[in-house]
Design a binder for this molecule. Structure first.
Ligand SMILES: C[S@@+](CC[C@H](N)C(=O)[O-])C[C@H]1O[C@@H](n2cnc3c(N)ncnc32)[C@H](O)[C@@H]1O
Length: 363
């Protein structure tokens, strides 16, 4: 699977779109806010109030969260400048995602965004130039020494590729991600792919960020050292069950399930720290792990069951990959079964994702 070409969140604003099903990620943005505000204040003070501030959001997707993050960042800069009686910088804001992201959807929301910024902040606020930057964050995206603040939310758990040792093989039989039944070599291949990717990510950002700049990253992870812990795997386990129930009824070939594996990895904090120390360009300023309910932030007033809501949240994120492997004709049935399995699971368990948040200072 060519992740760079295949992966995109569901486009538009329809029932299965990411824009309409990203409340969990929005909740994650809100828990990350204190770390982001503190990193912005420290950055502005340590790099002596830059005239132009380069800001990047990596894996910005499209929908309400994209510009919500940017307005939170601009608000934090604005508040800090006022508090220290400094003038506001000009902003160059880079929105990055993979090539097939729905950038048009973001661009069409920009007039309202610019209007609101002007209204809220008035003329003392520096001009803000927003640019779209398509490409993979596992490589260079920006000119050298051009960034003062980098943010990424709910994106870095996506790998650049399925580990080559696993891709297209039936090593992980009947499963689509790390599972209790996965052989040791599958766990090792995933962990090693994450290390390689995260190291390239850090190296690329280290060239693009000025000394004293900061980066706040939040991603799905785990508290447990064991990569097969349900807190990082169970959503994939249930999706594999749904696929295998379709195999049992002859709706999908078993070989198709065996040969699909998700380009995803939920690390523990120790793995992040190790890679940051090994790469050497950044110091970890702070780190936190938060628990987020599978159904967090969802609109409780809706008639849908929590199983249906959670299934839609996952569908909005993974459908493009599943569609390219299994075909679009099975998607409605697959997610109907998945919603039922998730609902049964949630009725007996309070299930949470673990979200890791780290703030890094560029040396
Ligand atoms: C779940 S969305 C999160 C979007 C947004 N940051 C939020 O919090 O709502 C993850 C995003 O990361 C993007 N992504 C995954 N791998 C990427 C890569 N290598 N380079 C750039 N973006 C990537 C996906 O395309 C997707 O839009």
């Amino acid at each position: 699977m060519e992740v760079v070409q295949v992966l995109h969140m569901n486009r538009g604003v329809g029932v299965t779109s990411y824009a309409m099903n990203s409340t969990v990620q929005s909740k994650i943005i809100s828990v990350t806010k204190p770390a982001m505000m503190s990193a912005i204040e420290k950055t502005l003070r340590s790099i002596s109030w830059p005239v132009t501030m380069g800001i990047a959001d990596l894996g910005c997707s499209s929908g309400p969260n994209t510009l919500l993050v940017i307005s939170e960042i601009l608000n934090a800069v604005h508040a800090t400048c006022r508090r220290f009686e400094q003038s506001s910088p000009e902003f160059k804001v880079y929105l990055n995602d993979l090539f097939s992201n729905d950038f048009n959807n973001i661009f069409s929301s920009l007039p309202a965004f610019y209007r609101k910024q002007k209204q809220d902040k008035g003329s003392e606020f520096g001009p803000c130039f927003i640019l779209g930057v398509p490409g993979s964050f596992y490589g260079r995206l920006f000119p050298s020494n051009s960034l003062h603040f980098v943010h990424s939310s709910s994106s870095l758990h996506w790998l650049s590729q399925v580990p080559v040792e696993v891709e297209g093989t039936s090593l992980n039989k009947g499963k689509i991600y790390i599972s209790k039944s996965s052989p040791r070599c599958v766990l090792e291949a995933y962990s090693s792919q994450f290390q390689k990717d995260f190291s390239i990510f850090l190296k690329s950002r280290s060239q693009e960020m000025v000394p004293g700049a900061r980066m706040v990253l939040s991603l799905m992870g785990r508290k447990d050292m064991d990569p097969t812990t349900p807190e990082s795997c169970y959503q994939w386990e249930l999706l594999a069950h749904a696929l295998m129930s379709m195999v049992a009824q002859g709706l999908i070939e078993e070989e198709k399930v065996d040969s699909f594996d998700a380009p995803y990895y939920a690390p523990c904090m120790k793995e992040l720290k190790l890679e940051i120390e090994k790469e050497g360009s950044f110091v970890m300023d702070c780190s936190e792990a938060y628990e987020i309910d599978w159904d967090d932030g969802a609109e409780m007033a809706s008639d849908d069951s929590s199983g249906e809501r959670v299934a839609r949240t996952i569908r909005a994120v993974v459908e493009s990959m599943l569609e390219s492997h299994f075909g679009c004709h099975i998607m409605d049935e697959l997610f109907r079964r998945y919603a039922k399995l998730v609902g049964d699971h949630l009725s007996n368990n309070r299930t949470k994702y673990v979200n890791l948040v780290i703030s890094l200072l560029k040396n």
